[in-house]
Design a protein around this ligand. Structure first.
Ligand SMILES: Cc1cc2nc3c(=O)[nH]c(=O)nc-3n(C[C@H](O)[C@H](O)[C@H](O)COP(=O)(O)OP(=O)(O)OC[C@H]3O[C@@H](n4cnc5c(N)ncnc54)[C@H](O)[C@@H]3O)c2cc1C
Length: 557
């Protein structure tokens, strides 16, 4: 019986969806070549800490999954949970379609090879292995290793990544000629509504799993229940947290309370459209508090629970039914932001390893303000202390502390907060920006290699942004985007009850005894902002929001 099995293995990575997935769609049409399909996800030891999956009294053969420079956990507690939920959601969809998702731990090439060998021993024939293209060095290396590990009878195919808004093949020049200015790129692919890829409709009917799937090998064991699976992923991270745990401020709610998976992603899109949040997006996207000021689709996109094409198609359908087939300013702004995501992906493809270098991609060798980057170490205890205070949100600059604590406690922070806190580390403290990028990689629920490293390089002034020496003033930014100090008071409990909003933005300005009583430290950097300007811009901000027109405060990208 197994002799008749002609098997295809699909190694999933950041494409955890059944619908609008070119690999599943192609597999569904390839009946003549394959009788069976194995959808496989491998938790590899470079990106995921696997010791929580060990059988009792077993030792892990792998070193801890930590980042290169800062030695943070590569995938922290929020993303591991979101990933687990996304995997189990896909598993459920596949089971409903008569298949399943096979989850394994180990080095991807070895796992693939051991599955092939086990099935071959049973008389089945694995014919091919397919993956979706990725451009990070790690994923390219993974592809090379899989290719090398395959017996000559097994073919290997890499599918183009179609998770972007504008397909790579529709960019009107080779990616090596991608413009260094985002606006030029944008002009070359507009109009976005007409040029974006439309999602493939429906669920493909995919071939079943083969009989005789080998189990997970020792020393690891994969739990069958979601809670146990999450626990296995999180246990080592929670036992040895990178920074001391802090308590959740009373009465505060996470802006990112979403569970992983395609099902939740589509519910989120439906909510954004039916509640009007998508139409209001342009005016609210610079917000800091709450679930609906921005789409909160980033984590779903990063894991591939949805594609940008699915978001575009949902917006298009809404526009066709409700807006005479035209964009409104909200839907246009969402497409615009999704194009930033495309741009970062294409930049990663163009610049490769330079993306992760201290002196960045684009203008190599240029350093912010001409100063040397500082490395927190015993040789520079000042930088060490400053970095620790930045990590834990104790800089005494209100906006930075709120943002860093929100990240630490929820795995999310808004784009506005990300820009400010990244700029603070890189351009005020002059600390090696890659440490910040690694910290975000560990903590963000929506970590995406291209978007994270590209934006960090951009804000640190070593990307391909034509504007020189860009620096955010977090006090001015708090004045513009948190004029009443609500966001800061939400996350920084010691700022609650301070009446003067200026002292909420600049906590260190609070007077002697009061400051001591609240445990507020000396400022890491004294950032001033004139009260004269403050009164003026505060008035303008209030007016913009009262009128409801004219868009939100200007973006500083
Ligand atoms: C230092 C720094 C690090 C970042 N790291 C990441 C990251 O790891 N993963 C990530 O998805 N985004 C990252 N961003 C971009 C942006 O902050 C987030 O995409 C956004 O805050 C996510 O919330 P949202 O989905 O509600 O965004 P929305 O405002 O609703 O935007 C819609 C979508 O557009 C895309 N998008 C928006 N802004 C950007 C941008 N500047 N660059 C690329 N794509 C964008 C995202 O896919 C987002 O989901 C980073 C930005 C900065 C400044």
């Amino acid at each position: 019986m197994p002799k008749a099995q002609r098997i295809l293995i699909y190694v999933l990575r950041h494409d955890l969806r059944l619908a609008d997935n070119p690999v599943f769609t192609t597999a569904a049409k390839a009946h003549d070549q394959f009788t069976h399909l194995i959808p496989l996800f491998v938790l590899n030891p470079i990106q995921y800490e696997l010791s929580g999956f060990l059988r009792p009294s077993e030792q892990s053969p792998f070193p801890e999954a930590r980042s290169r420079i800062g030695h943070f956990w590569r995938c922290g507690p929020y993303r591991t949970k979101f990933l687990a939920e996304s995997l189990f959601d896909l598993k459920k969809s596949l089971q409903e379609a008569g298949s399943d998702l096979i989850i394994r731990t180990g080095e991807t090439h070895s796992v693939v090879r051991s599955i092939i060998d086990a099935l071959n021993r049973e008389g089945s024939e694995v014919k091919a292995v397919w993956v979706t293209r990725d451009f990070t060095a790690e994923e390219l290396d993974e592809e090379r290793r899989i290719r090398k590990a395959l017996p000559s009878s097994v073919s290997f195919k890499v599918f183009d990544d179609e998770s972007t808004l504008i397909c790579r093949k529709d960019v009107p020049y080779p990616i090596s000629e991608l413009p260094d200015v985002f606006t030029s790129f944008k002009k070359s692919v507009e109009p976005l509504r007409a040029n974006a890829r439309v999602a493939i409709e429906g669920i493909p009917s995919i071939p079943p799993l083969p009989i005789g799937m080998p189990p997970q090998t020792a020393p690891f064991l994969i739990p069958g229940a979601l809670d146990d699976f999450i626990n296995a992923l999180q246990k080592p991270l929670l036992e040895k947290p990178d920074v001391p745990l802090i308590s959740f401020p009373e009465g505060t709610r996470s802006a990112h309370s979403f569970v992983g998976g395609s099902t939740a992603a589509h519910e989120r899109i439906a909510h954004l459209l039916s509640s009007g949040a998508a139409s209001r997006y342009k005016d609210t996207r610079n917000g800091l508090l709450g679930e609906d000021f921005s789409t909160k689709l980033s984590a779903y996109l990063a894991h591939g629970c949805i594609s940008a094409a699915q978001i575009h198609s949902a917006l298009k359908e809404w526009e066709d039914r409700n807006n005479d087939g035209r964009e409104n300013k909200g839907s246009a702004a969402i497409r615009f932001e999704l194009l930033w995501r495309d741009y970062m992906r294409f930049c990663l493809e163009k610049y490769g390893a330079d993306f992760f270098q201290l002196y960045g991609f684009g203008r190599k060798g240029r350093k912010m303000g001409g100063e040397e980057w500082r490395t927190p170490s015993s040789a520079d205890p000042g930088a060490q202390d400053a970095f620790k205070r930045w990590l834990t949100g104790r800089t005494s600059t209100g906006l930075i502390d709120a943002a860093q604590r929100e990240l630490l406690l929820t795995g999310y922070m808004s784009n506005r907060a990300r820009q400010n806190t990244a700029s603070f580390l890189a351009t005020r403290l002059h600390i090696d920006w890659r440490l910040g990028a690694e910290w975000f990689e560990s903590m963000l629920v929506d970590y995406d290699c291209a978007s994270n490293w590209g934006n960090w390089a951009h804000v640190a002034g070593v990307g391909n942004d034509p504007r020189e020496n860009r620096m955010f003033n977090p006090v001015k930014q708090a004045n513009d985007y948190d004029p009443e100090g609500k966001y800061i008071r939400t996350w920084v409990e010691e700022a609650r009850g301070i009446e003067d909003v200026g002292c909420v933005w600049q906590l260190w300005k609070l007077h002697g005894e009061e400051r001591k009583k609240r445990g507020i430290e000396d400022p890491l950097v004294k950032i001033e902002w004139s009260t004269k300007k403050r009164a003026k811009t505060y008035g303008r901000f209030k007016n913009e929001h009262r009128s409801g027109g004219g868009g939100g405060p200007k973006r500083q990208q």
